[in-house]
Design a protein around this ligand. Structure first.
Ligand SMILES: Cc1cc2nc3c(=O)[nH]c(=O)nc-3n(C[C@H](O)[C@H](O)[C@H](O)COP(=O)(O)OP(=O)(O)OC[C@H]3O[C@@H](n4cnc5c(N)ncnc54)[C@H](O)[C@@H]3O)c2cc1C
Ligand SMILES: *[C@@H]1O[C@H](CO)[C@@H](O)[C@H](O)[C@H]1NC(C)=O
Ligand SMILES: *[C@@H]1O[C@H](CO)[C@@H](O)[C@H](O)[C@H]1NC(C)=O
Ligand SMILES: *[C@@H]1O[C@H](CO)[C@@H](O)[C@H](O)[C@H]1NC(C)=O
Ligand SMILES: *[C@@H]1O[C@H](CO)[C@@H](O)[C@H](O)[C@H]1NC(C)=O
Length: 658
């Protein structure tokens, strides 16, 4: 059996090697793409020009008809192309192999095949080189450069360093602690590929995504999608993977009078690579508001809308996924399809909430936009230093009990609680985001809190400013936060906390005690008071826990020891010591998969609740060959990254069936 599978491949290889010697190959392989009409979509918004450049049956037939590469041509054919060869059909048997293809395996592409792939892509394929490799005098990359290294070290905490690179992750822990940045080279030991993907397709059009999907599926390669690399669990990388890099798909189009069966009004059509700050700028330019996250550089139409998406405007308009009225998608079969509430509605439902990198590759999303929103922004802080811990916690309890009122007033906030040592606690509100409130209205809403602080003799610093529109309010507040990009010294986890935890006084006290325990044990607790605006009809698979939310708590645990034992103990402390008691008092809550604990227990229930079963059936329908895998993604139960036990699950290992 093995022999019949392998021989045609080797025969073809030999033929190709001859063809290459004749150096006719480059001349005979043109980019595999054709241009379809931009109106060729059911999304109600024309395709971007990069989306109109596609791989079609006709183009596949042209590849199949190219004598120089005929024997390899079927690597690029669709799952259901009519004309593929018998060897291609047999190769499909390989998909039941225990592991995805790695270097050294028979199906791993030779240099020549990577070369043909690159020619068909029009030169968009790049080997991924670990970003900090210029810091290593002796590495396999042979690219030591002290000046470049100094630049990388200086800019390491800047998001752009990572989102402008095709392989880098903002949380590098899961790359396997290889090739860490640093100028003190005597402290640096190894720089290897680790959990970095192998090759990246620098996508400029849809045809390239389709080719990459077909190529990966045909050869049983691991396939990942990287947009910005913000993923908390490094789900946008994978050892030995072919990576599709969507960052440069930057189209933004404003459509004033969009109309579909479920929505009429203004929209933006966004390319997969558009980031929060770009959407916010565009919205400001057109005098409207749009929904994105607090971090300016998160990709909007990437992981954010795929996983839910909380926002400083969610209390008015719903979560990120609720904004999307239509999607364009490359599916696991290699086909380009539209998904809306009417067309491919199951895919539409699953891709909005069911998580990134799981159901297909989104190339653009049509999102609702909203009227201008005036905002009062207020930052304030106080500590227990002068008044003692008991008084401090009395104040925090008062604030805690006010949260339902703040949600009813349709406001949002982001604050932190920290045990700074020596029995001292700090509270930092940065900021209270009082949408559609004047300063007077905001002050009335928060008067009981500040009266309470005064009665407790707690002194606080406060700054309150009103803005006529969202953009300057955002620029003055969230945009300036230091998000600690690139650190390996901590692991985060979260809990979506339901309203009922405030409604019942006994439960409220238990909840507060669990939060206080978390503050005592964690490096930092960050929290949002937030409640998404109810939707007339929920058409997506966003975690139902969000619909009943009063706040989300994010716990960050300090990791001092990055040995496997240290990481295991540190993460165990996060999962159980810090978040365990909170999970216990919030049985009807859930967790936000986009900001998930790498070890979230019962993640199917925590991230998707009652939606999980249907998500799994949609996954099986649209990705029957299990092309897409992400850690703790829908349908990932059958797979494991064999990383040899690092204490936490890294991406530095082969992806194999359990
Ligand atoms: C500093 C920081 C601040 C954050 N702030 C917020 C916030 O305010 N609100 C909020 O809701 N979340 C926030 N997040 C979480 C954020 O929403 C997720 O990390 C999100 O998944 C990032 O998406 P991305 O496309 O930018 O990142 P990536 O890491 O590139 O991708 C994330 C996941 O989506 C997949 N993916 C990306 N693009 C596509 C595509 N086109 N098609 C299919 N799959 C795709 C990837 O494969 C990966 O699994 C924050 C994260 C960080 C690190
Ligand atoms: C593919 O199949 C169609 C239909 O059977 C046929 O018309 C076409 O010539 C074939 N193309 C190639 C390249 O074999
Ligand atoms: C460099 O790293 C080594 C090994 O960790 C350490 O002993 C040394 O003090 C460091 N030097 C500087 C200048 O930080
Ligand atoms: C508020 O925070 C600032 C900046 O960290 C700090 O200097 C100040 O002392 C804090 N104010 C109070 C009252 O805690
Ligand atoms: C606050 O300070 C005032 C005056 O210094 C004092 O009378 C009062 O008892 C204090 N209140 C509390 C709650 O400590």
């Amino acid at each position: 059996m093995l022999v019949t599978l392998v021989v045609p491949l080797f025969a073809a290889l030999a033929a190709l090697a001859r063809a290459q010697q004749a150096s006719s190959l480059t001349a005979s392989i043109a980019p595999a793409a054709t241009t379809v009409p931009v109106t060729d979509t059911d999304a109600g918004a024309e395709l971007f020009s990069e989306e109109s450049v596609q791989l079609t049956d006709e183009v596949v037939d042209e590849i199949l008809g190219n004598d120089d590469i005929a024997q390899y041509a079927d690597l690029f054919a669709f799952e259901n192309s009519a004309n593929v060869s018998e060897s291609a059909r047999r190769r499909r048997v390989r998909r039941s192999a225990k592991c995805k293809t790695s270097p050294g395996d028979l199906l791993w592409p030779s240099k020549l095949i990577w070369g043909i792939f690159d020619l068909l892509l029009g030169g968009a394929l790049e080997p991924i080189v670990p970003i900090a490799s210029p810091c290593y005098p002796k590495s396999e990359y042979n690219n030591y450069d002290a000046t470049k290294c100094a630049d990388i070290v200086t800019n390491w905490a800047d998001g752009a360093t990572h989102y402008e690179n095709d392989g880098s992750m903002m949380n590098p822990l899961y790359l396997g602690l290889t090739c860490i940045e640093g100028t003190n080279t005597s402290a640096l030991t190894t720089c290897t590929q680790g959990g970095f993907s192998s090759y990246s397709v620098h996508v400029k059009n849809v045809a390239q995504i389709q080719l990459a999907v077909n190529f990966a599926r045909s050869l049983n390669l691991r396939l990942v999608v990287k947009n910005t690399g913000h993923d908390y669990n490094a789900r946008s990388t994978g050892k030995h993977a072919l990576s599709i890099w969507t960052h440069n798909m930057k189209g933004i189009q404003y459509i004033k009078n969009y109309k579909s069966a479920t929505y009429s009004g203004p929209v933006f059509k966004l390319g997969a690579g558009v980031q929060g700050f770009e959407l916010y700028e565009a919205a400001d330019k057109y005098g409207v508001s749009a929904v994105a996250g607090i971090c300016p550089t998160v990709g909007v139409a990437g992981g954010y809308v795929a996983g839910g998406g909380h926002s400083p405007l969610m209390q008015l308009f719903g979560v990120g996924s609720d904004q999307v009225v239509a999607l364009e998608v490359v599916t696991a079969s290699g086909r380009f399809v539209t998904a809306t509430p009417e067309v491919n509605s199951d895919l539409y439902w699953a891709m909005l909430g069911g998580g990134g990198g799981t159901f297909g590759i989104l190339t653009s999303a049509v999102v609702k936009v909203h009227p201008k929103v005036p905002v009062t922004v207020s930052t304030f802080n106080f500590s227990s230093a002068a008044v003692g811990a008991d008084t401090f916690w009395t104040a925090i309890r008062f604030f805690w009990d006010e949260i339902p009122k703040y949600n009813d007033a349709k406001t949002y906030s982001y604050f932190s609680l920290m045990n700074v040592g020596g029995g001292v606690y700090t509270f930092d509100m940065f900021p209270f985001f009082a949408t559609r409130k004047t300063v007077v209205e905001y002050e009335a809403l928060t008067k009981p809190l500040f009266d309470k602080l005064k009665s407790l003799n707690i002194t606080y610093d406060i700054k309150t400013t009103h803005y006529d529109t969202f953009y300057p309010a955002y620029q003055a507040s969230f945009a300036t936060i230091d998000f600690h990009i690139g650190s390996i010294a901590s692991t985060p986890g979260n809990r979506i906390m339901p309203r009922e935890n405030w409604a019942d006084s006994a439960l409220s006290t238990q909840t507060f005690d669990a939060v206080r325990n978390a503050v005592d044990k964690a490096l930092l607790i960050q929290m949002y008071h937030q409640a998404p605006a109810p939707q007339a009809a929920v058409l997506n698979s966003v975690n139902p826990a969000f619909r009943n939310e009063a706040g989300m708590l994010v716990a960050i645990n300090l990791i001092l020891d990055t040995s496997p034992a240290g990481l295991k103990a540190g993460n165990e402390q996060l999962t159980n010591g810090i978040l365990g008691p909170i999970r216990e008092v919030t049985p009807k809550g859930g967790a936000y998969g986009n900001e998930g604990d790498i070890s979230e227990p019962g993640w199917q229930q925590a991230y998707w609740g009652a939606n999980y079963e249907r998500l799994l059936s949609v996954k099986r329908k649209w990705d029957p060959v299990e092309l897409f895998y992400v850690h703790h993604g829908v349908g990932s139960e059958g797979w494991v990254v064999e990383d040899g036990e690092r204490g936490v699950q890294t991406q530095d290992g082969r992806l194999c069936r359990v």
